[in-house]
Ligand binder design. Sequence first.
Ligand code: ADP
Length: 501
Amino acid sequence: MTVLSNDNPEAYVKIPKIKFTKLFINGEFVDSVSGKTFETVDPRTEEVIARIAEGDKEDIDLAVKAARDAFDHGPWPRMPGCERRRLMLKFADLINENVEELAALDTVDGGKLYSLGKIRDIPSSAEIIRYYAGAADKIHGATLKMSRDLQAYTLHEPVGVVGHIIPWNFPSQMFVMKVGPALAAGCTMVVKPAEQTPLSALYYAHLAKLAGIPDGVLNVITGYGSTAGAAISSHMDIDKVSFTGSTEVGRLVMQAAAASNLKPVSLELGGKSPFIIFDDVDVDKVADLALQGSFYNKGEICVAGSRVFVQEGIYDKFLIKLAEKVKSWVVGDPFNPEVHQGPQVDKQQYDKILSYIEHGKKGGATLLSGGKPGGEKGYYIEPTIFTDVTDDMIIAKEEIFGPVMSVMKFKTVEEVIKRANATKYGLAAGIMTNDLNTANTVSRSIRAGVIWINCYFAFDRDLPYGGYKMSGFERDFGLEALNKYLQVKSVATPIHNSPWL
Ligand code: ADP
């Protein structure tokens, strides 16, 4: 791989001035009750970008009160769906008008590639809002054929005040993926972005206000997970929590929900996804896809295909290709359009990934490439490929959330199904083969929520996304996600004007 050091980002882009650093409650940017702030750090330079208001329980209470008032008395849940659609479409247009600034915020805050932010992350965020805007006036119940002399129907009503707790790896897409369907359903909400990447969430709140989304409908509280986040999951007046993050924290969220008002939760958690390559593929193409599968977004993606199973007939050839291709994988400043991989999000993540790499080395795996930090300043790590990995090694079992690939050899279809499923996770799987029977057999046998055949990361707002097993439950994206924010009310009445029991 190439590591570009001493890069000068000013040569590529003008980094925006940070405009929004306060909590967004009831349509206003306000300081936290305590007056405390926290630093958000640029992972390229390890320098502080800005100080952000540190929300805590009292601030969550204020935001929930605003959201509750907006839900119980405000126009949002009561207006016709076509009116919500109109305001959401305006919100989406404003996102498109601010693509460069939003992309730059996610790059300075999260180390994400600016070039991809501009053409993919931010435009697709606008499209996600449009997708759900289009659903806002198509929320229907059913008319039921009852077994007795009754007529009955169901109403699909918004679930109420929603708490969204989101992670740092896709700050923009996570925000709209949660907020879009909840807005369309007529819910009001409090969003807590990750403490590592608060900047774009505050910007989205500003755009929502400009679009005319009423005050109190969308509130954003920046702050830490164990304080502001925990105050959401345990809040008595939040009706639903939608969480994306680690399996450990997902468990805490569910416990807190159970111990408070029994609010339903949806969880999108960790993964350790298999990327399975059969003998019959074009090795050259699949090697490119495998690199993307492990190193895209610097490996900070819960569906990373980091357990690469290769059938024995092409194993050696595949390793040669991989070693060749990783040489042209460029690590460096994420504002530079030539770069494939920016810095990890923060010091904690960086240290954790390096310690997994040490485990790999000490555990007996062979290093095909990488294995070290990439540069003196910033949280850069070389794309790291281990071969001779066995299923029981820590690097093959635990989610690393960094640019680390483990390559393993297999013989038969039955064997690889068994090994691919031997994990507590079940988020995604990639199957590379030209044999239809193999693709069908394996896709039906893998216990995971998303299967990609001869592709990887084939996300779409229309494709439901979520996990099996300890990768969570319920789905983001698609109309499945809209249903998370709706509840069903059954209404029955006698057909003839006579009392009925
Ligand atoms: P990651 O491993 O991706 O950093 P986390 O699960 O730690 O994911 O964080 C995801 C989100 O959950 C972040 O917004 C974080 O602040 C929040 N969070 C962390 N701890 C808690 C907690 N105890 N209760 C609620 N939210 C939390």
